[in-house]
Ligand binder design. Structure first.
Ligand code: ADP
Length: 465
């Protein structure tokens, strides 16, 4: 079996992965099984360009990480990755903030990182690059003479060609993607968008739904919907910490139902629309007074990007106005927590909730939707309200699917979820659980790695450099 090399923005600590999300655990397991390397940014910034990476051997896995300069952090990470690619790929042209130095830094950091990891690569390694920070990584590595099989998985959506074309560097990005041997996307819609781009802009040749020819090479593309480790999350949800248990008992005594939302505080998550839908629910259904509370957990993220502080201000305003209008001395309808919460607590909170709101305006997959389903009690499950624009909606069709821009219909869907009879809740939950069990982390890993292992990499001629 070939060694595995993973390149991702950040490297999870292999000695502590049980504390991080399911994805880090899955990747760490795959690395331990095959042996290999995990490379990424160490989260540090320095005044001058680091010449070496930090290398740590944990069992049969080498963890390699490197710092970047303050200037690269601002132009590459805050700039091109999170102020250009993130909004662009989430269909938010209004928030794209393009400056030429951002793009230069994007290329420079990818080339620097490629140079730092290349000495640690072996000829028959499988190289798996993750996400939008590292699109040009295969190109940079190939320029250094690397001939290994290389795969890329995009965790976020891939936009339709007309949107992508709004970026001055769209052709570069797509051609850089074609330097991989396997390209993985979250949904069928993403793979279609990618193929449409190739056809509309005359890049390469689409041979069939899964195969592309480009400069004499063959590239396999497919959808690999990412999943969670269902059993681990279920176990976590069953073992509620005392404070969650006490809070649920109190609500039960008062006959109150809980609605929950858990998201990074990101404009793609549709939080203001969700808050407005909750306000409309209370306005249109006065009988719900003191019968329902909405708990939104939204920890801060990417605060160096302006669009993120704007959304924080907007949510704080909405929370104040909804609570100001509807609260009573013994009822706060909306509780908004702007902090990270331990995974164990989140899992138990999902289980203690009657409705899960996952209503992003656009999302690659959305793992919270899967975690909410995994956490439920099979005998008395809560109801998932899911945006049609989350990748998860392609398969999780038994959720109440909503248009996150339509706050009136969303309010009605929340009402329907709160009132849903037990039989219907159980039937929907069983179907959803089957989906997430079928598409779990292990399957995602196994199918991607299998396709990478059998890809044309070694027989492909090297791309032009
Ligand atoms: P994204 O990757 O865009 O943040 P996902 O829903 O796919 O969205 O994944 C988010 C992950 O982060 C989930 O595993 C979720 O449980 C976790 N998470 C979200 N909010 C919090 C929080 N407040 N505290 C701890 N973990 C969180």
């Amino acid at each position: 079996m070939s060694r595995l090399v993973i390149l991702s923005n950040r490297v999870a600590d292999l000695r502590k992965t049980s504390q991080s999300g399911g994805l880090a655990v899955g990747l760490a397991d795959a690395l331990r099984q095959r042996g290999g390397v995990w490379f990424g940014w160490d989260g540090e910034t320095l005044q001058t360009q680091p010449r070496e990476a930090t290398v740590e051997q944990v069992g049969n896995v080498r963890m390699i990480s490197a710092a970047m300069t303050v200037e690269d952090y601002m132009n590459y990470y805050v700039g091109y990755a999170n102020s250009v690619l993130w909004p662009l790929f989430h269909y938010r042209l209004d928030l794209v903030d393009f400056h030429a130095p951002y793009f230069d830094a994007y290329q420079r950091v990818n080339a620097n990182f490629a140079g730092l990891v290349a000495p640690y690569l072996q000829d028959d390694d499988l190289i798996w690059v993750h996400d939008y920070h590292f699109i040009p990584m295969a190109n940079c590595l190939r320029r250094l003479g690397c001939r290994q099989r290389m795969g890329f998985f995009l965790h976020i959506p891939f936009p339709p060609p007309d949107l992508l074309a709004a970026s001055p560097n769209h052709r570069y990005l797509v051609e850089a993607l074609l330097d991989y041997d396997v390209l993985g996307f979250q949904t069928t819609a993403d793979t279609i968008n990618f193929r449409h781009y190739l056809e509309e802009w005359g890049v390469g040749e689409v041979l069939d739904e899964r195969t592309i020819r480009y400069k004499g090479r063959t590239i396999a593309i497919d959808r690999y919907p990412i999943g969670i480790d269902v059993e681990t999350f279920r176990d976590m949800a069953r073992n509620a910490p005392d404070d969650v248990r006490i809070d649920s008992a109190r609500r039960e005594k008062l006959g109150r139902k809980q609605i929950i939302g858990v998201d990074r505080l990101d404009y793609s998550k549709g939080l203001p629309d969700r808050f407005q839908a909750f306000g409309k629910l209370l306005a249109q259904h006065p009988e719900l007074e003191k019968q329902v509370t909405f708990l939104q957990v939204a920890p801060p993220t990417r605060e160096d990007v302006n669009a993120y502080s704007d959304i924080r201000d907007e949510l704080e305003g909405l929370t104040g106005s909804i609570n100001g209008r509807f609260s009573d001395f013994n009822w706060t309808p909306l509780r908004y927590i702007h902090r990270p919460v331990p995974r164990e607590t989140l899992a138990a909170l999902f289980r203690a909730s009657h409705v899960g709101l996952v209503t992003p305006l656009r999302d690659g997959m959305n793992l919270v939707a899967k975690e909410f389903v995994a956490a439920q009690d099979d005998e008395d499950p809560g109801v998932l309200v899911l945006s049609q624009f989350a990748g998860a909606a392609e398969d999780m069709t038994e959720a109440l699917i909503v248009n996150p821009y339509d706050t009136d219909t969303m309010a009605e869907a929340i009402h329907q979820a709160l009132m849903m009879p037990l039989d219907e809740r159980k039937a929907r939950h069983k179907a959803l659980l089957d989906h997430i069990l079928h598409q779990d982390t292990q399957r995602w890993l196994a199918t991607f790695l299998n396709d990478l292992e059998t890809a044309g990499g070694h027989t492909n001629p090297p791309p032009d450099s």
